[in-house]
Structure formats: C-alpha cells, structure tokens
Design a protein around this ligand. Sequence first.
Ligand code: BDR
Ligand code: CA
Length: 314
Amino acid sequence: MSVARKIIIDTDPGQDDAVAILLALASPQDINLLGITAVAGNVHLDLTSKNARIICELAGRPDIAIFNGCDRPMGRDLVTAEHVHGKSGLDGPILPDPEMPVQDQHAVDFIIDTLRAHDSNSVTLCPLGPLTNIAMAFEKAPDIMGKVQEVVLMGGAYFEVGNMTPAAEFNIYVDPQAAKIVFRSGVPITVMPLDVTHKALVTKERNDAFRALGTNVGTAVAQMTDFFERFDKEKYGSPGAPLHDPCVIAYLLQPELFSGRHINVEIETQSELTMGMTVADWWGVTDRAPNATFMGDLDADGFFSLLTERLGRL
Ligand code: BDR
Ligand code: CA
C-alpha cells in the first residue's frame, strides 16, 4: 500500500478551489492534507479564509488547520474576481458561517516550519491562487526549497492565452512577481494552465451527476457550478463552468489523466500590456532550460468520473 502524499493547499476560494479542497478531503488514503493556507485572490483574504473554513465544515472536517496568509500581492495592488465568483467568492449554495478557528500562525511561517520539519523532497505544495504565500516562504527561508517534492499549481496558459487580460491568466496576473520567484526557484513544478482546465467543463450531465449524489456536498457542488458557469458561458460560449483548481488534486490522484511537456516557462513582469503572461516555450524555440511540466491535455471523462466518485465519499 502506498503512503498518502503530504500536501499543503494554498488557496483563494473560489468555487473551483472549494471543489479542489473537497476532492482532497475525500481522498485521505491518497492525500495527507497537512494544512490549508489562505491567500488574497478571487476575493479579499478575510473571505478566502472564511470560505476555506466553510468548505472544511461542509466536508465534516473542522479539524483541518487553516492559516491566514498574505492579504495582497508582493509588489502590486490586489485585483479580485467577484465578477466570476460573486461577492462572497463562494456564491451559489447557502452554507452556514464557519465555527472552526483560524490558526494564530501566519501561513508563510506555517509553510516554512512544516517544510523544515520534513525530509527532503517530501511535501507537495498545491497553490490554487496567486503565488504570494509560496514565494514569500521561498524568499524568507530558501532552505525549505529542498523539502519540496513538487509544486503542482493552477495558473497560466499558452494556447488559451488570457482570461484576465488578453495575455494573462488570473492567478499569475494577480502576483506576477511571486510567480516569477516560484518558476525560477528550481523546485519541480507541474502546471495546470487554462489549456487543460478549459477542458474540465461541467456540462449539464456532469452537474446532474453531482446533484444525484444526494448528499450535502453533491448538492453544494452542483449549486456552486450553477453559479460559476455564468461567466464562462458568456465569455467563451462554453457549455459549463471550468473546474480549474480541482485539476491540481486530480493530478495527484491520477496523473495519467493529464499530458503535457517539460518546457521552459518564464513570467512577464515588466510590460503592462502582457503583465503576468506565462511565456511557455511549448515548441522549444529557445535554449532556455526546462523548469516546469506544462500540461496541455486532459481526459475530461476520466476526470469527472474520478471527481464524482470521490465527492460521493463525503
Ligand atoms: C483561476 O482563477 C480563479 O478565478 C480560479 O479559482 C482559478 O484558480 C483560473 O484562472
Ligand atoms: Ca483559485
């Protein structure tokens, strides 16, 4: 029997972040969730922290340790995405206010202390929002980088280009400076860009399958995606909401669902026009060294059967 993989989820919930957290909590035999660190992104930090707790309580896991992290990007003003996620960040279902506490320690210090307490290459970081907390931890304590098994993150795009600007995906756009630090860190990185996550679409049939679970979790997930699909339907004409962030957790559970290329990815931090663009050398036209596995394709049916089956366990 394989040992459950130790992970920290760094997140800005967000309906799709919420589904990613639920997928991790539904998979304790595969995933040992050491803690959840909240970051400002889709909405302000007070709400992302609150939403993370709402989701843990929905899953019946008030014991999960949740930490507040950075309330703004490293060198820019915060840009949020209420136009996608609603005012609360988690619009859709009506869920009770959380009762579980937030830990006293800052998220960045939690990441540092946790990595220091573990062996080399043994903890996987799963950022689902702007990379501020992760970059701050790497800057403050460069010794922890050797403890990272892998960073598996949602962010960026190549063929799909931008969802926030014509050039940039939201998570990278919000804190390009942090993204640059992480992509230049030398730790193993796996990226779930929009090229993949725009294939993880919740069609009506797939949402009916969540609802048909007949559980509080199944109903809440269906209501979240009902709300969240509005933006992408209008913008892209897609048949439903893209489940961006759950791709990160699905990759830990079934990596064979994804395919991509090990390539060089640089982050644009200078140009206002293309700020936050992931300049991905997909075609190998430079001699810059590969620093990330950049996913390009997904077995969407396999992804949704995994997700629905696992959510059914909660
Ligand atoms: C990413 O931005 C957020 O709105 C989503 O939660 C996801 O992490 C997609 O661009
Ligand atoms: Ca997110």
